[in-house]
Design a protein around this ligand. Sequence first.
Ligand SMILES: [Fe+2]
Ligand SMILES: [Fe+2]
Length: 159
Amino acid sequence: MKKPFLLWRDDWQLGLECLDKQHMKLVDVLNQLHRFVVHEDTRHYSDRDQLCSQLKSLFDIARRHFKAEEGLMQAKGYPGLGDHRREHLMLLAELREHLREIETESKPFTVSTLTALKHWQIDHVTNSDRLFVDFLKHQPLSDDGQNFEAIAKVQAQPG
Ligand SMILES: [Fe+2]
Ligand SMILES: [Fe+2]
């Protein structure tokens, strides 16, 4: 079987179930998008429509995930929230720009565009998201008496 474009690695796991599941979902969506870009002739109008809808779903899933993650950071008083949010906003702006380029046919959406998104995802999860988890692990019991293990089981609500 062919190796997926982005293969989930266990060492990317942060130990926060709610966020790990959402990160795995983002990996799935990137792989779907890659299969589509590799197999379809995205210059055709109908294929372009499908590409837009796949990219929109990546945008929506990323946006919901970022909202959930930022909500958790805010609830836990994470001091790096502002910088972290900026990284999220830049990625969303980039996805919006790709959508515009596809819609206006000003720039093709290629595997190298996807490769850049893939590297963003790996880099962000293994560095920026992990910094938040490290912060949580070093916190004494939170105001509501929770330790890291209890927080890890909380389902962040995307929405
Ligand atoms: Fe994340
Ligand atoms: Fe993040």
